[in-house]
Design a protein around this ligand. Structure first.
Ligand code: DX5
Ligand code: ZN
Length: 217
């Protein structure tokens, strides 16, 4: 499977967001990953739909919206209207996950489910067929720049096995602490969608082009 890199803007310079999008677009990024936080589901507040909408017409890159919010059903259409091409909800925030996933698909966009590190794959077992992506959180969500949790590697492997055994076309994503060192480990385990924030936008200044070349070897 082709490796896709999604740039998480959480660690970008918010005062010049457009430049930060343009820079990664020129560097071969496939997707812009928007981290939406409500201060309840995670202990942080980030950006909302108006900010996302303000950049929608400025790039052709798909927007993947990672909703780290309680009761996301209330806002699915809002984030599709803001320009989301894929909406990710957390299994932990959705008591009726199948309904929520169908709700996303009915809006005509891709559906993804994210799992916190402590949530097992059983949470998506019954909805896997309906998903376009499964996002394995490799940190506890809420902040950029956290350390990758190596115990997630067997979970990535197991997720890949579930998807392959059923012959499904579901991206296996990883989000949190992905950099030059951890990306190859997750790809080897079966991930094909890498969400990267601070490694790109922080001091490391990771080049997406170079990372992709490295992973292709
Ligand atoms: C964490 C967010 C991530 C985060 C990734 O709550 O969902 O998308 O921004 O950032 P890094 O790559 O710095 O861990
Ligand atoms: Zn994210």
């Amino acid at each position: 499977m082709r490796i896709k890199v999604a740039a998480s803007l959480l660690s970008a310079d918010f005062s010049r967001l457009w430049d930060e999008v343009k820079r990664v677009e020129d560097d071969g990024v496939d997707i812009i990953h928007w981290d939406v936080m409500d201060g309840h589901f995670v202990p942080n507040i980030s950006i909302g739909p108006c900010v996302i909408q303000s950049l929608r017409d400025k790039t052709k890159l798909p927007f993947y919206i990672h909703l780290m919010i309680e009761a996301p059903d209330r806002f699915l259409d809002t984030f599709v209207d803001a320009g989301g091409d894929a909406i990710f909800v957390h299994a932990e925030a959705c008591p009726h996950l199948q309904r929520t996933v169908r709700g996303i698909k009915n809006l005509g966009v891709k559906a993804g489910v994210a799992l916190n590190p402590a949530t097992s794959l059983g949470a998506v077992d019954q909805v896997l067929e309906d998903l376009d992506s499964l996002l394995i959180m490799t940190v506890n969500p809420g902040f950029g720049g956290q350390k990758f949790i190596p115990a997630m590697l067997p979970k990535i492997r197991e997720a890949k096995r579930m998807v392959d055994d059923r012959g499904l076309d579901v991206d296996i994503g990883v989000d949190g602490g992905i950099d030059e060192e951890t990306a190859p480990l997750t790809v080897e385990a079966g991930a094909n969608l890498l969400v990267i924030g601070s490694a790109i936008y922080g001091k490391k200044g990771l080049s997406v082009k170079r990372l992709k070349e490295m992973l292709a070897k």
